[in-house]
Design a binder for this molecule. Structure first.
Ligand code: ADP
Ligand code: MG
Length: 235
């Protein structure tokens, strides 16, 4: 059996000043190329878990390994570099830089990582190919990001996350602002490009309707707390 791409063991985290941890002894693993749906109610800790996996906050207890590298042992700057090299992130609010144009936002995914640039090759043409693949019309490529509709911004955010074939893409409810048809179309585009890049996908959402399209579904409420081992044993 090959090592998992993402391995989380007994992760616990409380936000500073909070008594109760929002993530409690949570364990999970994701294989290379696997597409996993993580469901959880609003406020249950989905974005917190993604911040932990992205190395933006450090766990109180437990470990996170990505591609065999333990995040806990890295310095802050090394974690930033590791994130730039290995992870693509689609944020809930997309976090595009409003003053950059569309192509500039996508190539940004390569800006902080030599490894990512190397994998990408010609960065500009790779960005354009991804934008085309995400169905974003060419007339929009040189518009400022803040002049795009929500659906367009979301496809730019996906292209930015995917450039340079990251090992793992984290997606934080990227479809929550879309109607059903647009949501389904977006997922189809995202999956096609995830498969092409060979990336794994951890997609969090409160919208259970999406679950059937993924390789595997997890419930945050079941992973959190003492129940996690029973769930894994039965999976
Ligand atoms: P979800 O993404 O599932 O809606 P979150 O991870 O955003 O849930 O939030 C889980 C809990 O953590 C909430 O109680 C929220 O108030 C708290 N929380 C989230 N982000 C922060 C933060 N930056 N600082 C302090 N508390 C936070
Ligand atoms: Mg959230």
């Amino acid at each position: 059996m090959t090592d998992p791409l993402l391995l989380i063991d007994e992760l616990t985290y409380a936000w500073p000043g909070e008594q109760d941890p929002v993530i409690r002894k949570l364990s999970l693993s994701i294989a290379a190329g696997e597409k996993v749906f993580l469901a959880g109610a609003s406020g249950s800790g989905k974005s917190t878990l993604l911040a932990l996996i992205g190395g933006l906050v450090l766990p109180d207890q437990g470990t996170i390994d990505i591609s065999g590298q333990s995040l806990n042992t890295l310095s802050r700057s090394a974690r930033d570099r590791f994130r730039a090299d290995h992870l693509g992130v689609i944020f809930q609010q997309f976090n595009l830089l409003p003053w950059l144009d569309v192509v500039g936002n996508v190539t940004l995914g390569c800006h902080f990582s030599a490894l990512r640039r190397k994998r990408t090759g010609a960065v500009r043409s790779a960005a354009e190919a991804l934008l085309k693949a995400m169905d974003l019309e060419q007339r929009l490529w040189h518009k400022r990001a803040d002049q795009l509709s929500v659906g367009q911004q979301q496809r730019v955010a996906a292209a930015r996350a995917l450039i340079g074939q990251p090992d793992l893409v984290l997606a934080d409810e990227p479809t929550s602002a879309l109607d059903r048809d647009r949501r389904d179309a977006f997922l189809s585009l995202l999956f096609r490009e995830i498969d092409r890049a060979g990336s794994a996908l951890l997609f969090v959402s409160h919208d259970h309707e999406l679950a059937a399209r993924f390789d595997r579904t997890l419930e945050l409420s079941e992973l959190n707390g003492a129940a996690c081992h029973a769930i894994e044993a039965g999976a």
